[in-house]
Structure formats: C-alpha cells, structure tokens
Design a protein around this ligand. Sequence first.
Ligand code: HEC
Ligand code: HEC
Length: 293
Amino acid sequence: MPVEERDSATGYLTTGHEWNGITELNTPVPRPVYFFLILAATFALLGWILWPAWPIGTTYTKGILNVDQRTSVQASLEQAAMDRDVWAKRIAAESFPAIQADSDLMRIVHEAGPRLFGDNCAACHRADARGQRGFPNLTTSSWLWGGSPDAIFETIRVGINSAHPKSHISQMPAFGRDKLLPADSIDKVVAYVRSLTDPSVASEQPASTIDAGRAIFKANCTVCHGDDAKGKTDVGAPNLTDRFSIYGGDQQSVLTTLWGGRQGHMPTWEERLSPVSRKILALYVTSLRAPDQ
Ligand code: HEC
Ligand code: HEC
C-alpha cells in the first residue's frame, strides 16, 4: 500500500486506511474548531480570575470581582428582613382604620392573610372561611362575638371556651338534658325558632304552637338571643333570624341544639401567633365579607 495517496476528486491526502476499497480522507481540523477551543479556554482562564473558582483547603479563590451567589442571597435575605421589619412595625403600631386606609399595608394583609389562615384556621373554618357544620362561616355579617377588626382580633386572641383565662364563654344551655324545659315546650320553641327563617314552618304548624313557642322563647331565650332573636355579641349568642346557622336549621338539628346545648370550641392563638400575625388575620377575615351579606 503506498505511504502517501492523494484522492483524485478532492486533492486531499488519504489516511492510508482502506476498507473494501473505501479510503478515508485526511482533512485538516476546521479553523472554527480551533477558534472556539481558544475562546473557551480564554473564558475559563478569565472566569478563574474573576469569580470564585478553586477550592484551597478550607477556603476558595474568591475572584477579583468579589461576587458570588452566597453573598447575593445573603444580601437579598437581609433586604427582605429589613422590608418585613418595616411593614411589621407599621402594622404593629397603627390602628385598624389606619391600616385599612393604607393600600401598601393592605397588600401585605392580602398576601400574608391567606397563608396564615390556610396554616392555622382552614382545618376548622375551611380554606374559603365559609365554615362547615359546627364551625361558623366567617364571610357573613352574622357574628357571634362581633365582626369589627377589634372584635375579631379579640376572639382570635382569647378563643371561645378555650384554655385562655379571658376566653369568651359560649354556653347554649341543654334545655332537654338538664330538664330546664319539658319536651313539649321544646318542640314548640323549636317550631317557633324554625319559623323565624322558614315561612313554611309557620304555615304547617297550628298558630297556637307558634304562639306558645314565642312565649317560651320570651321567657327562656331572650336573655341571650335578644327580644328580637337577633343574637347578642356580648354572650356570643347567634342571630336566629338570618339564614346562617352553625349547627343546621332543620327540625332535627335545632332539636338537638335545644336538647343537648352547644358549646363551640375555638382555640386561643395568643401564644401561638404573634400580635402582628393576629392583626393581619383580623383584617383579612374582615375583608372576606361578601358585600351582600
Ligand atoms: C379547632 C377548630 C378551630 C380552629 C383551628 C379555628 N377556629 Fe375559629 N372558631 C371555631 C369554632 C368552633 C368557633 C365558633 C364557636 C362557637 O360556636 O361558639 C369559632 C369562631 C371563630 C370566630 C368568631 C366568629 C363570630 O361569629 O364571632 C372567629 C373570628 C374565628 N373563629 C376566627 C378564627 C381564626 C382567624 C382562626 C385561625 C387563627 C381560627 N378561627 C381557627 C373553631 C376553630
Ligand atoms: C345563656 C345564654 C343562652 C340562652 C338562655 C339560650 N341560648 Fe341559644 N345559644 C347561646 C349560645 C352562646 C349559642 C352559640 C353556641 C355555640 O355555637 O357555641 C346558642 C346557640 C343556639 C342555637 C344554634 C344556632 C345555630 O347557628 O346553629 C339555637 C337554635 C339556639 N341557641 C336557640 C335557643 C333557644 C330556643 C333558647 C331558649 C329556649 C336559647 N337558645 C337559649 C346562648 C343561649
């Protein structure tokens, strides 16, 4: 086999290898390849000089630009903490109306509120705050203990029937079990209470039953639920004339309420959430109220 063989079609030397009559051209490496190799090597060298690169024992070469992601993360964390400090101080210091009038602070409330609510309150009140049986809907204007930011803040702080020494105490007596009323009186007052929200109850029952129920209500229930049955926020007694019911407004549920009483439990958050978090939650809950409710 000749040592040097030139391909007649291209004019290039061949490598001298031959497989079944096929030979390989010995073409030079294209220039752009050298170009990019040199470029990459220069970039790497420059990189070693400019940025953190080589580990040396316990430390590393820092690079003359003195930038790395560790210091920039550190800086942005410090900045975020400073920003948080600024708004947290303002939320702590300012009154509810002042915060509500400040769109920047309310933006914080709307960012942090859903997260705090989801982490701490949604298990009972549901993520949309609309509650479930036994746990009140917080998006209505029907309040046990009052719906102003101050009242909600206080409820969150002390809880209801909670371990807190200042806890709101909610006691719907067990009129049946504790024999405060005879069974037929309970049936009548149940009919009366249901007639307040459901007109069909009034038409199905004899008028005398509803009247007797009203009289029993006046004698036994108005201390807490008020003469008009619209509830009293100083004892946490709900409005019985609106369509929002914690335990259900059907015959069986109201009877169960009257028979066995109800004592809802809402934990105290004084130890578990900071005052700023509780303030954010009070404002967030206030903001959930649908305009038509
Ligand atoms: C373990 C269940 C539970 C958790 C968790 C819980 N709540 Fe409650 N909450 C209740 C119950 C039950 C009531 C109603 C008590 C009653 O019927 O007397 C209530 C009542 C309330 C009320 C009073 C409503 C009114 O009409 O006056 C507010 C406000 C409230 N909760 C806010 C919150 C917030 C904010 C959180 C989260 C920090 C939270 N709750 C977490 C169970 C819970
Ligand atoms: C000592 C005060 C008190 C008296 C007296 C009282 N209630 Fe209540 N009632 C409450 C409280 C507080 C609640 C809320 C209980 C809870 O959710 O923890 C309540 C809840 C209820 C509910 C449930 C409402 C709902 O949203 O599901 C009904 C119904 C009711 N009362 C009817 C009556 C009737 C009828 C009488 C009279 C026979 C009466 N109550 C007497 C304090 C009282």
